[in-house]
Design a protein around this ligand. Structure first.
Ligand SMILES: Nc1ncnc2c1ncn2[C@@H]1O[C@H](COP(=O)(O)OP(=O)(O)OP(=O)(O)O)[C@@H](O)[C@H]1O
Ligand SMILES: [Mg+2]
Length: 308
């Protein structure tokens, strides 16, 4: 796959003297859903602002679809749809007008069918004649998404798109985002709901203190850094782990009634089966057992802790 966005050695220092980005290199593949994760203040919105030309680049080079974002600003901007983190809409306009006007800003001819499709896909059709100020916060956020899609962008940036959106509508929103990807739109999103990134993203990037600390295919990342935990519930509690089981990295939990074994899922199942054999040799009987696998959130929290 070829990169549609290329960020090369980009740094940004705000005029307060704060260095928000420090030597960022990042490539976004055409047609992927890329989740940019990081704690508050890590630099996610700054990076998006740079690519969209809202924040000036101090150092480095950014291209979108092969075009330099500074030299070819207008062409680049028309390829991009941005749903900003901060809600900015004209309170007195109607939903229909604001979304239609937004399309016009990018020099696209009016297309009522496209606007209707967009509003329907965001469950906003029944609000098309409502003034923005009469909408709820979650509805306003969806209007921002409709605006960003009004000119049929090739790349869509969603900066915290689901903040303040209820669970049911969030699901609909993600279904719509998947639909856009099917149509070939590249999507870059940020979210503090890591489970959404786990669900949606093809690749994940983690940013911390203005530096990209990891970019990885989501499935590979979860395989590489994910841990599995096997919990063995014993029929009767034990005071200590038998010496014969010392070779296995076990911990005693649940007041002696549970043995917990954390292992790397890439290890062969031999480790688990030797452990189970060892248990039966030691005369321990199992009431039940279950495994859990670490989530993207667990991996993310560990990564951020390591770089804090
Ligand atoms: N206009 C600005 N002037 C000065 N400093 C800024 C400005 N915008 C952002 N910053 C600083 O740059 C850093 C990165 O901010 P940014 O908004 O990019 O973070 P973020 O990763 O999007 O965080 P969040 O998860 O809270 O949205 C923060 O320390 C912030 O205070
Ligand atoms: Mg932000």
């Amino acid at each position: 796959m070829t990169a549609i966005i290329s960020v090369r050695n980009v740094s940004k220092t705000y005029n307060t003297g704060f260095k928000a980005l420090d030597g960022v290199d990042l490539e976004i593949d055409r047609g992927e859903i890329f989740a940019l994760l990081g704690p508050n203040g890590a630099g996610k919105t700054t990076l998006i602002g740079l690519v969209c030309g809202i924040v000036n680049v101090d150092d480095g080079k950014i291209t979108v679809d092969g075009r330099d974002i500074v030299d070819d600003y207008r062409a680049v901007r028309s390829l991009i749809g941005l749903v900003p983190q901060e809600l900015t809409t004209d309170a007195f306009e109607t939903v229909w007008d604001t979304v239609s006007f937004s399309r016009g800003l990018f020099g696209k001819p009016p297309d009522a069918a496209h606007i209707e499709k967009t509003l329907r896909s965001l469950s906003l059709w029944d609000k098309k004649d409502a003034r923005i100020r009469t909408l709820s916060g979650g509805m306003k956020r969806r209007v921002m998404i409709a605006k960003a899609l009004s000119h049929e962008p090739t790349v869509l940036f969603l900066d915290e798109p689901t903040a303040g959106v209820d669970v049911a509508l969030r699901k609909d929103m993600w279904a719509m985002v998947r639909g856009l990807r099917e149509e070939g739109v590249t999507i870059v999103l940020t979210t503090h709901y890591i489970d959404e990134a786990e669900d949606m993203a093809d690749r994940v990037g983690v940013i911390s203190h203005g530096r990209i600390i990891l970019v990885e295919d989501k499935v590979k990342l979860m395989r590489k850094l994910g841990k599995k935990q096997l919990t063995l519930q014993l029929t009767s509690p034990i005071g200590r782990i038998p010496d014969s089981l010392a070779a296995h990295a076990l911990t005693l939990a649940g007041d002696g009634s549970e043995l917990v074994y954390v292992y790397d899922p890439r290890e062969t199942e031999v480790a688990v089966s030797t452990l189970l054999d060892g248990l039966s040799h030691a005369g321990l009987k199992l009431r039940d057992l279950h495994t859990t696998q670490s989530s993207l959130e667990d991996i993310f929290v560990d990564l951020i802790r390591e770089t804090a």
